[in-house]
Design a protein around this ligand. Structure first.
Ligand SMILES: [Zn+2]
Length: 383
């Protein structure tokens, strides 16, 4: 096996080829409305990995980008899981409108940061290490095709969980942070809507016939908001309320939208149970309430194993002369949730660094492409 100076030199030399891959990946629409774009990227990744000796298969979905699974080595043994996603949030046509562009150290284009850069690093580092006889652990690569929509139109969540079983450790090549934070915990996110039906009436002529949906909502909004438990790591925010039409009518309808962030599965289970009780309880006789879940993304739970993995990674990075890292917990979700749910110690946000995911201002730092490639190579060689 090569020494670290040699690997770093080789990675520096790989930069033009990596940028070429990055550019090709960015310049292909991979939004939620573009399954064929995501699937084309999947096939391109397959063409990249097969000659290296990977066995490649797909979980095929009808209404979402397919999930790629590539395996190298004896998969009956504990393996290293490298993961990420191929889709972006951007609508069809974006790649043509504002394609991959490099201005000094700033790179822009749809998904340049989230996460075509990380995907590029993953592919090139694996190729480099295998070319030099890497055989420390078997490798499994799992690339989702519908991360950004939370796998709501596919079986991707369950498939992830299944594929992660038996992994020794996981590295997610998601969006990197400029402050060098490595994510070992992500809160889960869920959003709900509550709808209340009352009975409308004129506030002057027949107020006693009315059943106010707004009054009912006022009571319930308090109950909902009071479910916050900071110690448990669960916050419940009633973010939007609406109801009624004019001041002189008893309101017939009212509704609210609620955002829940949770560190642990128990937290969201508790809140949902309480929601069902809140719906059943009635403050204003004659009103009825229903609620529905709009979106739900699981939490990446902080595992003791992830903390231990981070501390090892920190030392390795230091010995390679790479920038100091820090372990962080963030609010936004990722597929790392499935890895930690399967009990796999996981480091997330190992991709290129930058800012403003999911917006037209999204940009990535060019020099982080080789820096993060060195980090991944170092982790794979030493862990
Ligand atoms: Zn992402």
């Amino acid at each position: 096996m090569m020494d670290k100076e040699e690997i770093c030199r080789e990675i520096d030399g790989m930069e033009p080829a990596m940028i070429d891959t990055w550019k090709k990946l960015v310049n292909r629409d991979c939004g939620p409305d573009c399954k064929e774009g995501v699937d084309a990227v999947g096939r391109a990744v397959e063409r990249f990995l097969k000659p290296l000796g990977f066995k490649v298969r797909f979980h095929v979905y009808e209404k979402a980008g397919n999930m790629l699974v590539a395996e190298y080595g004896d998969m009956t043994k504990p393996f290293v899981l490298l993961t990420g996603h191929m889709d972006t949030v951007f609508a069809r046509g974006t790649a043509e409108e504002r394609p991959f562009q490099m201005t000094g150290d700033r790179v822009t284009g749809p998904g340049v940061l989230d996460m075509k850069g990380g995907l590029t690093i993953l592919l090139h580092v694996v190729r480099l290490l295998l070319a030099h006889g890497y055989d420390r652990h078997p490798i499994k690569i799992v690339l989702a095709g519908d991360e950004e929509t939370g796998h709501k139109n596919s079986n991707g969540g369950a498939d992830y969980l299944e594929e992660a079983k038996g992994a020794l450790m996981g590295f997610n090549m998601e969006t990197g942070f400029l402050n060098n934070g490595i994510v070992i915990e992500r809160k889960g996110v869920a959003q709900y809507q509550f709808d209340i039906d009352g009975v409308g009436a004129h506030a002057g002529n027949n107020p006693r016939d009315g059943r106010s949906a707004v009054m009912e909502l006022c009571h319930k909004a308090l109950d909902i908001g009071n479910l916050t438990d900071c110690e448990e790591g669960t916050t419940v925010n009633v973010g939007v309320i609406s109801g009624g039409t004019v001041a002189n009518a008893v309101p017939e309808h009212a509704s609210c939208k609620v955002d829940v962030r949770f560190s642990r599965q128990e937290g969201i289970d508790r809140v949902e149970k309480a929601f069902r009780q809140i719906v059943e309880k009635t403050y204003v006789e004659g009103t009825t309430t229903r609620f529905s879940c709009l979106v739900k993304v699981s939490s990446m739970e902080r595992l003791p194993g992830s903390e231990a993995l981070f501390h090892q990674a920190e030392e390795i990075a230091e010995s390679w002369g790479l920038p100091a890292m820090k372990a962080i917990a963030v609010g936004g979700g990722s597929d790392s949730a499935y890895l930690t749910r399967a009990g796999v110690p996981t480091l997330c946000a190992l991709g290129v660094k930058g800012e403003f995911n999911h917006t037209v201002r999204e940009w990535a730092e060019k020099k982080s492409l080789t820096e993060r490639a060195k980090l991944l190579a170092a982790l794979l060689l030493h862990l």
